[in-house]
Design a protein around this ligand. Structure first.
Ligand SMILES: C[S@@+](CC[C@H](N)C(=O)[O-])C[C@H]1O[C@@H](n2cnc3c(N)ncnc32)[C@H](O)[C@@H]1O
Length: 252
């Protein structure tokens, strides 16, 4: 084992430890805190999937919620399509326990998905989604590759992340070009990308004492809805960018 590898492994271990500590301590109050701040990512993301996937109509749809937390995103999925089958993965047992208490997911697994291969077969989910998680990841390309691997051809892939770099101590800004490359490598075609405010202005005051969300609230989040086309490894489609206003068409 060389020195470089050990340092990397150590950094990954420390980051996973901090993440568990942070979210285990937040688990009990997470829903209340985020509700007070009008956290909108789960709603926005599920609305995107209503427009762009079989979510509203397909019976027994299999959904993977990556970083399910207490289940705020999956609650939206069950509201829209009560017959869907939800699998959730998360590093924090505290968040998963809160999720189980609400009976939102059909199954949950504790897992650090940054350093693990997802324990699912290739092409086993119709929808793979993640809200409020990518900005916490040091290596989104690994997670994107795994999300792409377990997604069925023609399925939908959707996630939110930050669109600026004013971040707190657990958060990272990912260059959109790096995200785009990772998506392309995973065989995913970008369908839509737009910006939205993840929290209200007023919530800034509530979160001021917290280093993560102080920074988070000054920013704007970005959501990308990625649809793997029927031809699966098809060239990228034109992207539509919405910046809190109209749509703008970009060349592929
Ligand atoms: C801001 S919460 C979002 C939860 C939920 N998706 C929502 O929108 O409310 C971020 C979640 O990602 C989980 N998480 C962060 N890094 C992770 C990792 N490397 N592996 C697994 N879960 C992780 C945290 O435990 C936490 O539950």
């Amino acid at each position: 084992m060389n020195k470089h590898f050990n340092l990397k492994a150590l950094a990954t271990g420390v980051s996973a430890f901090l993440m568990k500590l942070q979210y285990n301590s937040w688990a009990r109050n997470y829903d209340g805190m985020f509700k007070n701040c009008k956290y909108s990512a789960p709603e926005i993301l599920s609305e995107t999937l209503v427009r762009e996937s079989a979510l509203p109509q397909q019976k027994g749809l299999r959904i993977l919620d990556v970083g399910i937390g207490t289940g705020l995103l999956s609650e939206q999925f069950k509201r829209i399509n009560p017959s869907c089958h939800i699998t959730g993965i998360d590093i924090s047992q505290g968040m998963l326990d809160a999720c189980k208490n609400k009976s939102v997911a059909d199954e949950v697994l504790q897992l650090d998905f940054q350093s693990s291969v997802f324990p699912f077969e290739d092409e086993s989910f119709d929808i793979v989604a993640s809200s409020g998680v990518f900005e916490l990841l040091g290596r989104p390309e690994h997670v994107i590759a795994e999300m792409g691997r377990v997604l069925k051809p023609g399925g939908a892939f959707s996630f939110t992340t930050y669109s600026d770099s004013k971040l707190g101590y657990l958060c990272k800004f990912h260059d959109p070009a790096d995200i785009d490359n990772a998506l392309e490598e995973a065989g995913l075609a970008l369908r839509e990308r737009f910006r939205f405010h993840a929290f209200t202005e007023a919530s800034l005051l509530l979160f001021l004492p917290n280093p993560i969300y102080y920074h988070l609230n000054t920013g704007v989040k970005e959501v990308a809805a990625i649809i793997a086309s029927d031809e699966e490894r098809a060239p990228l489609r034109p992207a539509y960018v919405q910046d809190l206003g109209g749509y703008e068409r970009h060349a592929p």
